[in-house]
Design a protein around this ligand. Structure first.
Ligand SMILES: Cc1ncc(COP(=O)(O)O)c(C=O)c1O
Length: 395
């Protein structure tokens, strides 16, 4: 049966409290609140030719969630330095924060080695992914990206009329850069790359991506989403931001939601050529959605190298523990350079969701190439122990 469900219904349903799919509403639908979710005939959310996502029925009765491992959040944040900055700055919240935002932009520009006119801030990188999609695809065109990939930019592009050209990942789940380049045609307006990628956690090698971006951006802008790059411990990859100094038409998105532990405080930015940002600014108000307190939290967390280092270390330790236990149970996971791990499971995805949720563990479940998979975020060590316990009870 083709179940009709829209974003509003999902949000209203108890699934929000479960930390189930509705916890990441930006992942659940097209651009607009009332856009019905694309469902397939088996009542799965249609994400892409390769990916369908399971969700639980709205009336599913679940206990209190003890481990929310569904939205790739940082369980250690927000850093104390950012909490203090919010508390201290809130008294000035009657003012717009233009000057303060430009101070933050100066700081970020210095960190990225570019001038301030290369940076645009937003309330989370989602806002900027969506703005870029809206402005770029207002008059149609097509977007090339990997499949699977993070769907926020692609979904909005499709919603305003773009055609999506999905290019299957390679056997090791990295981007098939050759095939992506071949997919570009005269109507291509943007190439989207997510590195490390979500939902796979896989990386595309730095030098290969650098060569690709350098060459391809001569023809069409390349948007590289680096939401997880600071967590890519030991990865053979790097930020593409260095290409801006070479005048390449690349757009790099970064977020404070992952390594900085501020998903609910909402800060992100893009680094791009000033002319590209001018195009976004002509139609939207870059930076307008970010709050006074968030700006101070972002500035404090940028300086808080201890918090970032600790997150990286604890994420690595908890992921290593998960790997060891998945190995013991015979699960074959995709090596992850992020704070989540994707692995194939041997029971149907909806059954996994139901059984894990009934034990208070929120995860995500997809059918990829028609086989069931679980995506689990890396929580604290205690949360990973709870997850491993619940998973081992399944087999
Ligand atoms: C790849 C990727 N990009 C962007 C985002 C959006 O992050 P935010 O809007 O919180 O900055 C996410 C969130 O999970 C993500 O996984």
């Amino acid at each position: 049966m083709n179940q009709k469900i829209d974003r509003r219904n999902l949000l209203k349903s108890g699934l929000m409290a479960l930390g189930g799919i509705a916890v990441a509403p930006h992942l659940t639908a097209g651009a607009f609140e009332n856009t019905p979710l694309a469902m397939d005939p088996e009542s799965r959310i249609y994400r892409s030719p390769m990916v369908r996502e399971h969700f639980l029925p709205a009336d599913f009765k679940a206990p209190k969630i003890i481990a929310k491992l569904s939205a790739n959040e940082n369980p250690y944040g927000p850093p104390m330095s950012a909490q203090k900055a919010v508390a201290e700055s809130v008294k000035n919240g009657n003012r717009y924060a233009w000057k303060e935002m430009y101070d933050l932009i100066d700081k970020i520009a210095k960190k990225e080695g570019v001038t301030a006119d290369h940076i645009m801030m937003g309330p989370g990188s989602s806002d900027l992914l969506e703005k870029v999609a809206l402005v770029t695809f207002m008059k149609g065109g097509n977007i090339v990206s990997a499949d699977p990939c993070y769907m926020s930019l692609v979904s909005v592009a499709k919603s305003v009329g773009a055609t999506w050209k999905p290019v299957p990942c390679t056997a090791d789940w990295s981007h098939d850069l050759k095939a992506m380049e071949a997919a570009i045609d005269k109507d291509t307006k943007l190439v989207y790359v997510c590195n490390p990628n979500n939902p796979t956690g896989a990386i595309t090698k730095g030098q290969d991506l650098l060569d690709f971006c350098s060459r391809v951006s001569e023809k069409v802008p390349v948007f590289v989403d680096e939401a997880y790059i600071e967590l890519a411990v030991g990865a053979d990859t790097q930020s593409m931001v260095s290409l801006l100094a070479q005048k390449k038409n690349v757009i790099i998105a970064r977020t404070f939601s992952k390594i900085m532990g501020m998903a609910g405080i909402r800060v992100g930015y893009i680094a791009a050529q000033p002319e590209f940002l001018e195009g976004i600014n002509k139609i939207t108000r870059g930076g307008m959605g970010i709050s006074y307190t968030s700006i101070f939290a972002a500035s404090a967390s940028l300086d808080d190298k201890d918090f970032q280092g600790n997150t990286r270390k604890l994420n690595h330790e908890a992921k290593t523990y998960l790997y060891e236990n998945l190995d013991k149970m015979g699960y074959k996971y995709i090596p992850s350079y992020t704070n989540f791990v994707l692995f194939p499971i041997s029971i149907p995805g909806k059954e996994l969701l139901g059984k894990m949720t009934a034990k208070g563990i929120a995860v995500r479940s997809f059918d990829i190439q028609s086989k069931p998979w679980c995506r689990v975020s890396i929580g604290t060590m205690d949360e990973m122990k709870a997850f491993v316990g619940a998973l081992s009870a399944l087999s």
